[in-house]
Ligand binder design. Structure first.
Ligand code: AR6
Length: 176
């Protein structure tokens, strides 16, 4: 594998990478959690870009991803992906969460981003169990990276200790 994977306990809006990923909702109009933090830190140009996307294609479906400016943040772009709402686990939640990571990485490559930071998509307001989410995040990112040399760095940015420890464990378990 060509790329480095790093883990941080931090605020993703401060990450110095080509693109940061937002855990958005299908409306793309903003919300709480990391979505609120990203819109606040980046400023109104992010919502302006979101409105253009809405005009073109409606919102964004669960598991899919779209790209906007990062406004005033250190990164160049925000990739907005919509994680699944946890609904017991028998409604395709795991597959949809994997699609979020795959589609975000694909969009990063298409936009010549060589470094990308992910938050723990769906593990806040959307209620996805954190351990399963960490497993899916690490496995999906590793699988993607094994098939490309167009990404140099993937950063997992965890906001809370529990996610940090769970992602750390998955990274340790999956060391080559
Ligand atoms: N940097 C990194 N991670 C953060 C930050 C931050 N600044 N702030 C929160 N987190 P959530 P979801 C973590 O609820 O579950 C929004 O209203 C947080 O600790 O932001 O996918 C959207 O508009 C958690 O681990 O996203 C949607 O409606 C992780 O980010 C809905 O929430 C995800 O928590 C999406 O829910």
């Amino acid at each position: 594998m060509h790329a480095k994977i790093e883990l941080q306990k931090a605020d993703i809006t401060k990450a110095h990478v080509d693109c940061i990923v937002n855990a958005a909702n299908t409306s793309l109009l903003g919300g709480g959690g990391v979505d609120g933090a990203i819109h606040r830190a980046g400023g109104p140009s992010i919502l302006e870009d979101c409105r253009k996307i809405i005009a073109r294609q409606g919102g964004c479906k669960t598991g899919e991803a779209v790209i906007t400016t990062a406004g005033n943040m250190p990164s160049k772009y925000v990739i907005h992906t919509v994680g699944p709402v946890w609904n017991g686990g028998n409604h395709g939640e795991k597959e949809k969460l994997a699609h979020c990571y795959q589609n975000s990485l694909q969009l990063a490559v298409e936009n010549n981003c060589r470094s990308i930071a992910f938050p723990n998509i769906s593990t806040g307001i959307y209620g996805f169990p954190k351990e399963a989410a960490a497993q899916i995040a690490v496995k999906t990112v590793k699988d993607f990276l094994s098939g490309t040399n167009k990404i140099d760095k993937v950063l997992f940015v965890c906001f809370d200790d529990e996610n940090f420890e769970l992602v750390k464990l998955q990274l340790d378990l999956n060391k080559e």
